[in-house]
Structures are given as C-alpha cells and as structure tokens.
Design a binder for this molecule. Sequence first.
Ligand SMILES: Nc1ncnc2c1ncn2[C@@H]1O[C@H](COP(=O)(O)OP(=O)(O)OP(=O)(O)O)[C@@H](O)[C@H]1O
Length: 330
Amino acid sequence: MIEAENLTKRYGDKTAVDDLSFTVVPGRVTGFLGPNGAGKSTTMRLLLGLDRPDRGDARIDGVHYTDLPAPLRVVGALLEARAVHTGRSAYNHLLCLAQTQGIGKKRVDEVVELVGLTGVARKRAGGFSLGMGQRLGIAAALLGDPSVLILDEPVNGLDPEGIVWIRTLMQRLAAEGRTVFVSSHLMNEMAVTAEHLIVIGRGRLIADCSTEEFIERSTEKMVAVRSPDAARLAGVLTDEGAKVRTAEDGLLTVTHMEAPRVGELAAAEGVVLHELTPMRGSLEAAFMELTRESVEYGAAGGPVAMPVPGPAAAPAAGPAAGPAGKEGPR
Ligand SMILES: Nc1ncnc2c1ncn2[C@@H]1O[C@H](COP(=O)(O)OP(=O)(O)OP(=O)(O)O)[C@@H](O)[C@H]1O
C-alpha cells in the first residue's frame, strides 16, 4: 500500500505538489493522471525518498522509503528519467543491482526472460532503443519481486505489442495482490489498464475514484442515430425534449434522451433507422473536462476529445472516435 498524507513540495516560488493526500491499495492497477507539470513525477520522487517534502508524509507499506532495509524487495520503481548510460550489458547491469540487495542470479535470469530481453541481455545496455531501455527498466523494477510498483510513464517508447505486454503484466501483477501505481499520458491506454484513478492538477488532488466513475461523472451521454429520414426524425426527437445536432448528412447526435427512447419514437413515427448507438464519453474527454482549469501548458482553445461507442462509462479499447467523431461530448 502507498500512502501520501498532505504531501507538499515547493521549488522556489513554485508549489509542485500541494497538500496532496491519497492511498493506493493493492490488488488493482491505479492510474496517476494529470496535465503536463501537474506534479506526478515529483509525487513519485517523494514516494521514493528521492526528494524531501516540505510538508506531509509518504509511506510504503507503512514505512518511509528511506527506512526500508531492502527497498528493491518492497518497491520496484521505473522513473521517467530512466536512460541507462552504461557500457555494461543489460544482464550485468541487472546483476549489479541485484547484488546490492542480496538478490540471486536466478532472479536476474527470470526477470530478463519476463521482460523479453533474453536475446539481447548480453548487449551493451547503453546502446538500447527507448523500448528496450523501458523493458530493462521494468526488469530492474521487478528484480526484488516487490509488493509495490511505482511506474512513471512505463508505456513510453514501447511499440503496440510492447504496450499490450506492459498492460497485461501490470494487470497480472495487480491480480497477484501487488500495489501497482502507474502514470501515463495515453488516456485510451489508461482507460483499459487502470481500474482506479488518482488525478491531479497543479499539484492538487482533482479526483480519486474508479475509472468508470471518473468518465461517468465528467462526460455527457450521447446517442448517435443514422436515418435516411434524419431531418424528420430530428424534429420528432426535439419535440420530445431531446437536443439534436446534425453531425453529417443522415447522422444525428442526440443528448438529453436515451437510446431506447430514440428507437421507440422513431418506430412510432415509422422512421427507418440505419444505426442507433449509445455513446459514452472517453477517458480523454473526461480528463480534459476535469483538468481544464489546471492545465499549465495548454494551447488556447485546446483540442477536443471524441466520444466513443459503447455502454455508458465502460472503459473500452481502441481509438477515441465514433460515428459522431466530428464533435466533442459537450
Ligand atoms: N527540480 C525542480 N526544480 C524546479 N522546478 C521543478 C523541479 N521539478 C519539478 N519542477 C516543477 O514542478 C512542477 C511539477 O513537475 P513534475 O515534473 O512533477 O510534473 P509532471 O506532472 O510529472 O509533468 P509531466 O507530465 O510533464 O512529466 C512543474 O512546474 C515543474 O516545472
């Protein structure tokens, strides 16, 4: 378990982490989200004793990181600044790390295999690609078979196969009863990986809830409906209180009315439907809505996130675009 209690960290005038309290429990993947500069990396460094808080407390399984006698056996960490500037082979890099904590050679072999680096383990780690470096960093984090994992942007630099691999690995590690705390900028990836979210903006807590609840709370439900008689249908739905917009020729997006009611009204009026799709907000849309006030380095106007087809609030894989993909959920 990870506990942050009133964590505060200032750099000069800048408050990077501001009175932040949360708990990350074992058994599920917890995503750590926030716009650029929100304080995610700083928080992770505070948890790992790499920076000292000005106020507050960070504990891993009830203990300050710096008081852990064999930290690698309790916490595995992958931080954003993870380049391995080493002339050593990947294998020797891991072996050296293992030896500092009394971890045997057998475990080094195991993690090399686990992260898929067997073929290149004897190669110089300094020459690794970003993706291979990520795998090596994850191998290092797993060396001590830790009960807690803190991963800062683990998906960075991984190809699609690598992304699925790390997702599956994180979910498996969580299912084994470990605490998995992971930051990422890839919203669609987080939507399918993390069961729970901690969202911060300008160093402060914005949300601490399930991924489902986060999406539900911050996005509007919408129905996409396609008909050869869209104009007439639009009139019928509007008369019954729906808000209707024409997304493209023959395709309407409907809010303030659920899909079954749209279907019933269409049937009652004898309007043919070619499509009736309940849309849900994407995690991306929810994130942008909730963090709008906290974006430090955003472009004026900002991008618009797309809704995705599917049952309301259920996280789904794939690109965040649906039939009504020309407009945001608002
Ligand atoms: N060592 C430092 N000295 C001065 N300011 C810092 C330092 N580390 C972080 N900051 C500032 O603190 C704020 C939080 O930074 P941090 O890197 O924790 O954010 P982040 O959420 O991880 O951002 P990103 O998503 O861009 O990686 C930023 O404004 C950053 O410029």
